[in-house]
Design a protein around this ligand. Structure first.
Ligand SMILES: [Zn+2]
Ligand SMILES: [Zn+2]
Length: 134
């Protein structure tokens, strides 16, 4: 294996985010290799199978959703703007918390049905439950 190839395959190298332009340094305490920008949470479509760097697409993968797994660990759902593929990636310890929060909250502000009635209904149900306890 040539030296150049070793450097290119190093998962702990720094990179410039193609989406927001931030210089991204490797994760401080090792762990998983960085697969998205901690500032804007975007990724690049470079893998066919996670970590293989064999995809030729190289489109920007924007975070579109949060996936909360059974152990309450959060993953980001990324969608490639170029080819539309959807992937999940575990969040990192230094990911932008406000970005994660706004991503999670954005669904509640964009309900595809009138929310007012639904909220009234939920409130009514929660009051009914309290009455049943007494
Ligand atoms: Zn970025
Ligand atoms: Zn793609």
């Amino acid at each position: 294996m040539s030296r150049a190839k070793i450097i290119r395959n190093n998962p702990h190298e720094s990179f410039i985010c193609l989406s927001c332009g931030s210089a991204v340094s490797p994760l401080k305490n090792g762990g998983n290799q960085r697969n998205h920008c901690p500032k804007c949470l975007s990724s690049i479509h470079v893998d066919i199978i996670a970590g293989d760097r064999r995809a030729s697409c190289h489109g920007i993968m924007k975070p579109i959703s949060i996936w909360v797994q059974e152990d309450r660990e959060w993953s980001l759902i990324h969608r490639c703007r170029n080819c539309g593929i959807i992937r999940s990636n575990r969040i990192a310890a230094d990911d932008n918390e406000m970005m994660l929060f706004s991503l999670a909250a954005s669904f509640m502000s964009q309900l595809p049905f009138p929310a007012g009635k639904t909220l009234d209904h939920i409130q009514a149900l929660s009051l009914q439950k309290e009455e049943n306890h007494e």
